[in-house]
Design a protein around this ligand. Structure first.
Ligand SMILES: *Cc1c(COP(=O)(O)O)cnc(C)c1O
Length: 377
């Protein structure tokens, strides 16, 4: 919670649920990452929060952008990003999207399979391409490993084929999983990339770029390592494996840049012990849930922190649920949340560090609940 958000909520008392994002905080995080990894080029992962105000601020800071769809590419262009600062980072792209991206001037494309490579070659001939490798996602609260990335062996085949197809076999990428709290995950992934780099050099392909993906964590309910610790681990691993011949480094932060810049303001709709006994579990229903933005509570993976007007009172274990009539609309049940026992309906609660992966996970109106209102200040 930044002082600016605190003041906005106190003065405006906006209707709940709503998301308030302090765009200056995004800029602070951008500079912190730049300081931690001065040689890396920052490609903001647009999917974390594609709000116009964020994209425009990042354009003025000189950021580049990692887009997952043609829609995100259009948003970047509309916010003032030039096409040479956009990477089409999804390894699963429609032909129509590749064509339009190419027309707009985008020249950097990810792939992890033969068919995708051939699609890019056919519709963005001669473009720079990079191959995504599968890496361990251990240490990440929100893994991304099963759906993307290929092996070193097949990556070699694909990069050689890229050259045959007249593409520029520009680099290699990975993603260690989102909310990654272990710096060793990057070190292991860099070692893997370096192995393929060596194989490819023997075959006459010099890769010039390593895309380290995103994953840098935000503090929710537990402390996480500082960004400098990640910067140090990455820089050392890159030097160890590549020596003085460092390829260009790209990073694709999403959560790290916007996560702790946002706060959701919500209202308690109901506090109940449905069996009627004091020993029954206490349920707190908020006016926001799994379908109105808090999708990352799936599996109780991301554990948000709450601020209530009754902090300081005695706390008790609480099951947190959303307002809809859907039975899976429960945020935290297996691991209960300690919240003041004095909470009652009508209380306003702030959910901290909700700037990433909340606004766009919101349904368009499931159960008649309107989409989340957003304020960028
Ligand atoms: C989602 C995603 C990111 C951003 O990940 P964070 O964990 O939010 O930093 C970066 N790169 C790719 C390819 C992604 O899919």
């Amino acid at each position: 919670m930044t002082p600016k958000i605190d003041r906005f909520l106190a003065e405006q008392q906006p209707a709940t649920p709503c998301l308030v994002v302090d765009v200056d905080r995004v800029a602070e995080r951008y500079h912190a990452l730049q300081d931690a990894l001065p040689l890396a080029h920052i490609y903001y992962a647009v999917k974390a929060n594609p709000a116009r105000a964020i994209l425009e601020r990042l354009v003025t800071l000189g950021s580049c952008f990692d887009a997952a769809s043609i829609g995100e590419i259009r948003m970047c262009v509309a916010a003032g990003a030039s096409a040479d600062r956009i990477s089409f980072g999804n390894t699963v792209k429609k032909v129509s999207a590749i064509r339009e991206a190419r027309e707009l001037g985008v020249d950097l494309y990810a792939f992890d399979s033969m068919e995708e490579l051939e699609k890019i070659a056919a519709h963005a001939p001669g473009a720079r391409v990079y191959c995504r490798l599968a890496v361990e996602n251990q240490g990440a609260d929100w893994p991304l490993s099963r759906k993307f990335g290929t092996t070193i062996e097949h990556g070699r085949v694909l990069m050689l084929r890229a050259r045959e197809l007249g593409m520029d076999p520009y680099g290699l990428s990975f993603h260690v999983g989102s909310q990654q709290t272990d710096t060793a995950a990057y070190e292991a992934a860099i070692a893997r990339v370096a192995m393929l780099h060596t194989d490819l050099a023997r075959a006459g392909i010099e890769i010039r770029m390593v895309n380290l993906g995103g994953g840098f964590p935000v503090r929710y309910t537990s402390d996480v390592p500082e960004i400098d610790a990640f910067g140090m681990a990455i820089s050392q691993a890159m030097t160890r494996h590549f020596g003085n011949d460092l390829p260009l480094m790209l990073v694709e932060p999403g959560r790290f840049l916007v996560g702790d810049a946002g706060v959701v303001s919500t209202e308690v709709v109901l506090v109940s012990r449905r069996g009627g006994k004091q020993s029954d579990p206490r349920w707190v229903y908020l006016d926001i849930g799994r379908f109105s933005g808090l999708a990352e509570t799936e599996g109780e993976a991301i554990r948000y922190d709450f601020r209530t007007p009754r902090d300081g009172d005695a706390c008790g274990p609480t099951i947190m649920a959303g307002p809809s009539c859907d039975g899976v609309d429960i945020m935290y049940e297996k691991r209960r949340v300690g919240l003041p026992v004095t909470l009652e309906s009508g209380d306003r609660i702030e959910i901290l560090s909700t700037g990433a992966y909340v606004s766009t996970y919101c349904s368009t109106g499931f159960n008649g609940f309107p989409p989340l209102t957003e304020y960028y200040i």
